[in-house]
Design a protein around this ligand. Structure first.
Ligand SMILES: Nc1ncnc2c1ncn2[C@@H]1O[C@H](COP(=O)(O)OP(=O)(O)OP(=O)(O)O)[C@@H](O)[C@H]1O
Length: 245
C-alpha cells in the first residue's frame, strides 16, 4: 500500500478534530477525500504531510514513517495545496530549481522532467516571470508543475478543480491518468463531486472528523443501500442530521 493511515486521531488542541481516521491508497489509484467545510480534510492532509503529529495512530508511505526518517519520508510525496504558496522573489524557472534541490534531483534532469508539464500548462513563455505577475490559476499550475516533475510514489492534491480553467482541468486530469499508469498513488480532496465521481477510483467520505464510508462508488451505494445514487446524493444523505451509519 502506498499510503496507509491507521486510526489517526488528532487535532489542534486537546480536543480531537479527526477521530480514528483510516485511509489506504494503493499504487495506481486515485482516491477522493470528500467532506463538507470543516469535515477534517485539511487536518487529515496535514497529518499525512507531517505538519501535524497524531495523538494516536500511524501514517506510513510505502511503509515508512516520518519519525523514522523525516528527510526520506518527505521525498516520498508531493503536496499541492489549494491556495498556491510560491516564493515571491523567485521566477518560475527558479521554483523548478528549488524543487529539484529539495528532492535531490540534478538540475538538467529536473528541467527535462518539468518541460513537459510547463508546456502542458502553457507556461513556457513565463519561465522568467515572478509570482506577482501570475493569476491565481497560473500560480496553481506552477505548483502542479513543481509536483508533477517529481517521480514520487504519492501525490496529495488539495482541491484542484476550483482554481483551474477548463483547459487546465483537462490537462491536470490527463497527467493524473499518466501518473496512475506509472503506478503513483493520488489522494485528492475536492468539493466538486461530479468530477470526483467521474475520475476517482475510490472515495473516503469524511464527516465531522470521522470516515463514514469508504470504497468504490459501488461499495458506497451498497453500504448505504442506495444502489443507483450519485456521489452527490450519497454525500447529502450521509450528512443529514441524525443519520447513523
Ligand atoms: N489551525 C487551526 N486551529 C484550530 N482549529 C482548526 C485549525 N484548522 C482547522 N481547525 C478546525 O478543525 C476542523 C476541521 O477543519 P479542516 O480545515 O480540516 O476542514 P476541511 O474539511 O479541510 O474544510 P474545508 O473544506 O473548509 O477546507 C474545523 O472544525 C476547524 O475549525
Amino acid at each position: 500500500m502506498t499510503l496507509e493511515l491507521k486510526d489517526i486521531t488528532g487535532g489542534y488542541t486537546a480536543v480531537p478534530v479527526i477521530k480514528n481516521v483510516s485511509i489506504s491508497v494503493a499504487p495506481g489509484e486515485l482516491t477522493g477525500l470528500i467532506g463538507l467545510n470543516g469535515a477534517g480534510k485539511s487536518t487529515t492532509i496535514k497529518h499525512i504531510i507531517g505538519l501535524m503529529t497524531p495523538f494516536s495512530g500511524t501514517v506510513a508511505i510505502e511503509e515508512k514513517k516520518l519519525k523514522d526518517d523525516p528527510e526520506g519520508y518527505r521525498k516520498l510525496f508531493a503536496f499541492v495545496p489549494e491556495s498556491p504558496v510560491l516564493y515571491e522573489e523567485l521566477t518560475l524557472r527558479e521554483h523548478i530549481e528549488v524543487t529539484a534541490m529539495a528532492y535531490g534531483i540534478p538540475k538538467k534532469e529536473a528541467f527535462q522532467k518539468a518541460d513537459r508539464y510547463v508546456k502542458a500548462f502553457r507556461l513556457e513563455e513565463k519561465m522568467e516571470w515572478f509570482p506577482a505577475y501570475f493569476s491565481k490559476g497560473m500560480k496553481q499550475k506552477v505548483m502542479l508543475v513543481c509536483a508533477f516533475m517529481l517521480d514520487v510514489p504519492l501525490y496529495v492534491i488539495d482541491e484542484p478543480f476550483l482554481g483551474l480553467d477548463p483547459l487546465g482541468i483537462h490537462t491536470f486530469l490527463e497527467i493524473i491518468q499518466e501518473k496512475k499508469a506509472q503506478g503513483a498513488a493520488i489522494l485528492m480532496s475536492t468539493h466538486v463531486l461530479s468530477s470526483a465521481e467521474r475520475e476517482c477510483d475510490n472515495f473516503v467520505l469524511l464527516h465531522e472528523g470521522e470516515v463514514k464510508v469508504a470504497g468504490t462508488l459501488n461499495d458506497l451505494q451498497t453500504e448505504m443501500s442506495m444502489p443507483d445514487a450519485t456521489l452527490d446524493e450519497l454525500y447529502i444523505q450521509l450528512t443529514k442530521e441524525g443519520n447513523q451509519l
